[in-house]
Design a protein around this ligand. Structure first.
Ligand code: ADP
Length: 259
């Protein structure tokens, strides 16, 4: 049998947005949203018109991370208007639904909601939009990467083998849909005890670095495991806003400069 020719459906640009950078991870809980939020805020601090789009339908965390809530207003053209804080325009499924509504959604409803987030937001002119993808490499991620013209993708992982094994699936997904992989970010590589200053590598220390070398992928950043990063998130403030001159904030700024 002749091989089927696979062609990509039309990838559309998000109107009035210069660059779209996707932040992804293979697993949940590796710090994807935390890094996406700090990245968008760091871009804003560099003077860029920055936004973040939270496409995690089932576990949106951008509203919490930016201390925002409430329903978005509609523009004259019936488009969703972003909610802003810390100089960043944000849009999230979390603004559109009640606390636990989407858990029972069927695939079709998820896709409909996703279409609205991707195509019906009036960003009003952005230099950069950070796209916080849901974890994994399933249907939702594929739909987004096929529909939206992405300028680049970043894959976040902890150095642990079990996370890394799947992280490469993410890299391969982007390559398949011809999205440039800008690089990987290692998160939670070292824990410095605030009491005795001892350094502990809870998830290993160089798993992502090795993977990058092996597959010729850029290592964009290395963020330590720091209880204060957790506190910042719980306080509704990205670290680069909460304590801009701290070492942990510098790690995020360094990452933003690498992109
Ligand atoms: P994901 O988006 O990958 O599911 P999150 O960004 O929600 O992950 O992070 C998961 C949890 O880990 C959150 O409680 C967050 O505050 C915390 N966290 C993320 N990165 C760090 C870090 N470098 N140090 C300490 N806590 C972190």
């Amino acid at each position: 049998l002749p091989r089927m020719q696979r062609s990509l459906p039309q990838q559309r640009r998000i109107p009035n947005v210069n660059k779209v950078i996707a932040v992804s991870s293979a697993k949940g809980g590796v710090g994807k949203s935390t890094i996406a939020a700090n990245l968008a805020t760091s871009f804003a601090r560099q003077g860029l018109r920055s936004g973040i789009l939270d496409t995690d339908i089932f576990g949106p965390s951008i509203p919490t991370l930016f201390n925002l809530s409430g329903e978005p207003r509609l523009s004259a053209a019936n488009q969703l208007l972003p909610l802003s804080n810390y100089g960043v325009k944000t849009m999230s499924m979390g603004y559109l639904v009640g606390e636990d509504a989407p858990v029972v959604w069927r695939g079709l409803m998820v896709m409909k909601a996703l279409q609205q987030l991707l195509h019906e937001v009036e960003w009003g002119g952005l230099d950069v939009l950070v796209l916080d993808l849901p974890p994994g490499t399933g249907d939702t991620q594929l739909t987004i990467t096929q529909q939206i013209k992405l300028d680049g993708a970043i894959v976040i992982s902890t150095p642990q083998d079990i996370a890394l094994r799947d992280a490469m699936k993410g890299v391969n997904m982007f390559r398949k849909v011809t999205v440039p992989v800008l690089g990987m970010v290692q998160n939670m590589s070292v824990f410095v005890c605030p009491h005795c200053s001892q350094r502990t590598h809870i998830f290993g220390f160089d798993g992502v670095i090795k993977k990058c070398q092996e597959h010729r992928i850029e290592l964009l950043g290395d963020i330590p495991l720091d209880a204060k990063i957790c506190d910042d998130a719980d306080n509704g403030m990205p670290t680069v806003v909460a304590d801009p001159n701290s070492e942990r904030a510098k790690a995020f700024h360094h990452l933003a400069k690498n992109i």
